[in-house]
Design a protein around this ligand. Structure first.
Ligand SMILES: Cc1cc2nc3c(=O)[nH]c(=O)nc-3n(C[C@H](O)[C@H](O)[C@H](O)COP(=O)(O)O)c2cc1C
Length: 379
């Protein structure tokens, strides 16, 4: 990682150089024409701050509480599958960086490393993300494992009743099963540093799923099987089921509509994650920052609302807090750091966001991240 990394965009550029195109596009790309992917970041831009001066900002407190737990920053690292493709240590590095920064890391069902291995590596504030598979018994066994290992909250992702059509992945042959061509081979050969790091770790897998449905640890077989397990029939009854199965905080990820947020809270959700899966699912869905206020109005008196998708700077975080989010989640930003510099790169991303948030808070006269004023943004 070069010393001059002033922004998340700088780390994105470094990750792009380091990673084979097929891996970078898997991380960076969105569904179809990428309208939602672009809107997620673009829609932060027209929001302008109302700077305030002479408010003695020698003490700015970036910590907050979320679901009753103390966080050093109003930030979480989002669940992401197959992070071991970016660096072999993948989720282990994300979890360690999150722990060092005093924030939660949410481990994906489709992680490369198992939930037990991640807990062993970084026993911090870890949450588990679940996809409700057709095989409910297996979903239940994942909950039991997460509970036994010490995961503190459950995130159920509800916006994947179909796989989004990510055209870059199709062009790159990054499909299930993968399509290897001369072009993909050349792509890999052009990135020797990545190849050299990956070569000793041929055992890339989906750590939580090994052994499921009679599969061994072969990542292609497991991914193929997992795709057959995506359940398009999930409904509110499944949320009731999950609420009965899980007695710790439960959050629903993938909500954009205020009525869905209300219904999730009525079913017992403790938190709502306003998310469009980083623009990877429904192209044409609204950006999350534009959907946030409606969800906050609907449920923020009874549940914590987290803004996910499109966050690339500390100013973005402050804008989301001003619109009523309790915290933000980052996905791609964390993976840019992982690609650029492993755990150190993720720590760098978190340090950049922390510094930018501190500056934006101070210059808008905000003293506490847990109580950002709604007049922080110009009307
Ligand atoms: C490579 C990658 C894999 C992902 N895998 C999952 C997953 O397994 N489960 C999930 O709920 N969301 C997954 N997501 C979505 C993220 O949790 C998050 O919603 C999204 O990245 C947020 O948008 P951002 O990347 O603009 O921050 C994935 C995102 C990326 C980039």
């Amino acid at each position: 990682m070069s010393a001059v990394c002033a922004s998340v965009d700088d780390l994105r550029r470094q990750a792009k150089r380091y990673l084979p195109r097929m891996v970078f596009d898997f991380v960076d790309g969105g569904a179809e024409r990428e309208i939602t992917l672009r809107a997620n970041t673009a829609d932060f831009e027209p929001l302008r701050f109302a700077p305030r001066v002479l408010t003695d900002v020698s003490q700015v407190d970036l910590s907050t509480t979320l679901l009753g737990e103390q966080l050093a920053l109003p930030l979480l690292i989002a669940p992401m599958g197959l992070c071991g493709l970016v660096r072999p240590e993948g989720e282990l590095a994300l979890a360690r960086a999150a722990r060092a920064a005093g924030i939660p890391f949410v481990l994906s069902t489709a992680a490369s490393h198992s939930l037990e291995a991640v807990m062993d590596a970084a026993a911090g504030n870890l949450w588990f993300q679940l996809y409700i598979f057709r095989d409910r018994e297996f979903a239940r066994s994942l909950l039991q494992r997460a509970r036994a290992a010490g995961y503190r909250a459950l995130v159920v992702t509800v916006d994947l009743t179909r796989g989004g059509k990510r055209e870059k992945d199709i062009h790159n042959g990054f499909t299930v099963p993968p399509r290897f061509t001369r072009r993909t081979a050349l792509d890999l050969l052009r990135h020797p540093a990545w190849l050299w790091r990956m070569a000793p770790h041929r055992g890339l897998t989906l750590g939580n799923l090994v052994g499921w449905g009679g599969q061994d640890s072969n990542v292609i077989a497991l991914s193929t099987f997992m795709n057959t397990q995506i359940d398009p029939s999930i409904s509110w009854a499944d949320l009731d089921w999950l609420r009965a199965e899980w007695d710790l905080p439960l959050l629903v990820k993938g909500i954009l509509h205020p009525d869905d947020a209300r219904q999730a809270v009525a079913a017992g959700a403790d938190g709502i994650i306003v998310s469009n899966h980083g623009g990877r699912q429904l192209d044409g869905a609204p950006s999350t920052i534009s959907a946030l206020a409606g969800v906050v109005d609907a449920v923020s008196t009874s549940a914590d609302v987290i803004l996910d998708s499109g966050v690339r700077s500390g100013a973005d975080i402050l804008k989301a807090l001003a619109l009523g989010a309790r915290a933000c989640m980052i996905g791609k930003a964390a993976l840019y750091g992982l690609g650029a510099g492993g755990q150190g790169g993720v720590e760098r991303v978190l340090a950049i966001l922390r510094q930018e948030l501190d500056v934006a808070m101070a210059l808008t006269g905000n003293h506490r991240a847990s109580a950002v004023r709604s007049d922080t943004l110009k009307p």
